[in-house]
Design a protein around this ligand. Sequence first.
Ligand code: BYC
Ligand code: FE
Ligand code: FE
Length: 474
Amino acid sequence: MSSVVNDTRIPNNVDLSSDKRLQRALEEWQPSFVDWWCEMGPAGFQQDDVFLRTAISVDHEGWAHFDYVRMPEYRWGIFLADAVPDRTIGFGDEMGKPAWQQVPGEHRTTLRRLIVTQGDTEPASVEQQRLLGQTCPSLYDLRNLFQVNVEEGRHLWAMVYLLHSHFGRDGREEAEALLQRRSGDADKPRILGTFNEPCREWLSFFMFTFFTDRDGKYQLLALAESAFDPLSRTTRFMLTEEAHHMFVGETGILRVVQRSCELARLDPNGDVRAQGGIDLPTVQKYLNFWFSSSVDLFGGEVSSNAASFFASGLKGRAKEASYPDHVALEGSYSLPHLENGRLVDKDVALRAAMNEVLRDEYVEDCQRGVDKWNRTIKEGGSDFELKLPHRRFNRNVGLYAGQRYDVEGNPITEAQWAERAGSWLPSDADRAYVASLMTRPVYEPGKMAHWIAAPKQGIKGRPVDFEYVRHAPA
Ligand code: BYC
Ligand code: FE
Ligand code: FE
């Protein structure tokens, strides 16, 4: 099935050579992408050989090939999951009609915006993470960082392919603009909030890959349901790569809390900071920050955009087939609204609450990871429990933006917030402390920074002390 052509400039399984115009357009974009990668990708490691996986097919077995590669020479390609024969639209007003192979004129602007928003997050995350290599806790972690980075680069390719192949001149302009915006830039920021937040410490990186890449998972699951079949197929393949990104976050935090417990046991007063580790209350503050920021990425609780995406078949729910009713014209969704300082439940039309439905699944999925971390903490002899803050906590988008809630979701006053926010979110001093543990990188195979436990196993059957990155110090 769908063999991958690898001997061309752009590896692909979309028969690119049969469409010379498209091929030329993408070959023109490619050098701009590589320039962007060299300027904004991992700083200081572009000449190193990195043990990376590269996609070489799209079937379940053996889609990935592992070998040493220099990152600028990574084979970024265009891979669509295999077509589902005679696929029909699975939800909304067009339910049951054939899926679209071309963009319907009336949905062109909206679809383009969805694809651009998705595409924008991919290079943004690479930009956010570009300095992390210089403070890596091990070669194993360094390699994982770069694996995530090259795959986010490939996710950008996935969206740029759609823009070039289906949106004509506007699409080409958007593809250019995707390389021009910059994370955190005052004049040309990335589109969504979280992707402009600094991600300077490895603790943030692990939280980001756990919480923010998981938003990626849910948004991609929702787009995989799209009536626009090329979008569905490309996001289905992206999801296979996403699993590793979340693994990096989940196991990264697991190793941090494991080490934290070890260091607490070593200290006569149980003082983790005195032993040079990251104490669990600090982990909790980072968790509160990245969870609340990522929860914003789902958009407003009540959203006419979300309703019309659903109605027109552009974006469904995650695993739409698992719902009994795919039209969603009848149900409602109860949402607490703040009125005179009290929360009052109000029913919202189900279609208008689709962002919230997706957020529900996301929060539940996050909780599973937190439960695992808590089991590790318990095994480590501590009775501290990490908790997801309430989804209303610290919001900047949607119904609860501009209001104040504690981590349990109770409304509080501005004065109460001012008094307590420092105990919930990382202070400058917390960030400075965490950063102070990570000033020196660890480049010796098998060695770990003091603040993190070793992983249980290496990558692709290699031992933990394998030389995952051959780093030649400058
Ligand atoms: N920051 O009606 P609403 C990933 C805007 S992550 C700033 O609720 P809607 C990855 C919104 O644009 C997955 N602004 O919005 C992870 C709208 O603006 P306009 C990324 C925000 O349309 C790690 C307004 O607020 N994929 O892949 O339902 C590493 C009204 O809101 C934010 C997608 O997002 C925000 N957080 O938007 C690498 C999928 N949230 O039009 C990669 C594509 C909302 O009024 N995007 N706004 O000016 C979408 O499906 C939707 O656009 C949203 C929700 C989910 C973002
Ligand atoms: Fe991605
Ligand atoms: Fe990702």
